[in-house]
Design a protein around this ligand. Structure first.
Ligand code: RP5
Length: 264
């Protein structure tokens, strides 16, 4: 299906959940291995709207089951049987997470057309941190953004999942180092967004939330910044910041960048 328009990240304290924007990629794209999503028209996205015909397929990736951290000490996922988890104390940037009649958390942005966790390890919010690193190109005079190429073939911010007990800015710095080879102190970066990400892996019961940090490099820092693709990234580059480029970024990364810098 076609992507209709981009996801608009709105600061959460200004919006009640009813008024949260419609997610797009979580309805019209899917993670690798996912079944087709059950159709969710715009007017039936919110849980408050009755949709008796809604019968989404259930999907949990084998990788998630293998990484159940109650049986695998290196695991990063919750158990499939969540009866031992305290679901009502799940963390989220959204204070009023609802639950279905089986006790599963419901995506605060509404229906996605898939039940279960898909490729996401945690029931409910799965936390990431995203570094937004910009610099001025001394030759073109244009602002540029550091991006990595994901295995899916999409350019993205060099962000990733927050490890247990890790500080958010620490996770942004670690991912920046792992994926783009850049060592920067992200604790002095400006937090420009925290909340939901319109990620193609999101489901009705598991979704991405992120904290995005912006750092604009000084000319000296920029000159000394050698970037190298690592970990999951297959390439890395400085992308000129304009609408045409930024609107192609993975998930809702274009909207995160627009919270940090002016994009024309
Ligand atoms: C997006 O997925 C986040 O904004 C973050 O950039 C990324 C984290 O997932 P992995 O890169 O770890 O797959 O939703």
């Amino acid at each position: 299906m076609e992507i209709k328009n981009s996801f608009d990240t709105t600061p959460i304290d200004q919006e009640s959940e009813q008024n949260l924007p419609l997610h797009i990629k979580a309805r019209f794209e899917k993670g690798p291995g996912y079944p087709d999503r059950f159709p969710v028209p715009d007017e039936l996205v919110k849980w408050i709207k009755e949709y008796p015909e809604y019968k989404p397929p259930y999907y949990v990736a084998p990788k998630v089951i293998e990484n159940d951290d109650t049986v695998n000490e290196k695991g990063w996922a919750d158990p499939e049987d969540f009866s031992s988890l305290d679901m009502h104390h799940l963390k989220s940037y959204y204070p009023n997470i609802e639950f279905d009649n089986l006790g599963r958390p419901l995506n605060p942005f509404g229906r996605t057309g898939i039940e279960g966790r898909g490729l996401l390890g945690r029931w409910g919010a799965n936390f990431a941190a995203d570094p937004i690193i910009t610099k001025d190109n001394p030759v073109t005079g244009k602002k540029e953004l550091l991006v990595i190429l994901r295995k899916s073939g999409e350019w993205a911010l060099p962000g990733g999942m927050v490890d247990k007990g890790e500080r958010l800015s620490g996770a942004a710095a670690r991912e920046l180092k792992e994926e783009a080879g850049l060592d920067l102190d992200m604790s002095k970066a400006k937090k420009v967004y925290e909340g939901y990400v319109d990620d193609p892996r999101n489901t009705d019961n598991a979704w991405m939330e992120t904290a995005a940090y912006h750092l604009h490099l000084t000319p000296e820092e920029a000159e000394n910044s050698i970037v190298v693709a690592g970990d999951d990234a297959t390439d890395v580059k400085w992308m000129p910041i304009d609408l045409e480029n930024i609107n192609t970024l993975y998930a809702s990364h274009s909207d995160l960048v627009k919270q940090a810098v002016e994009v024309k």
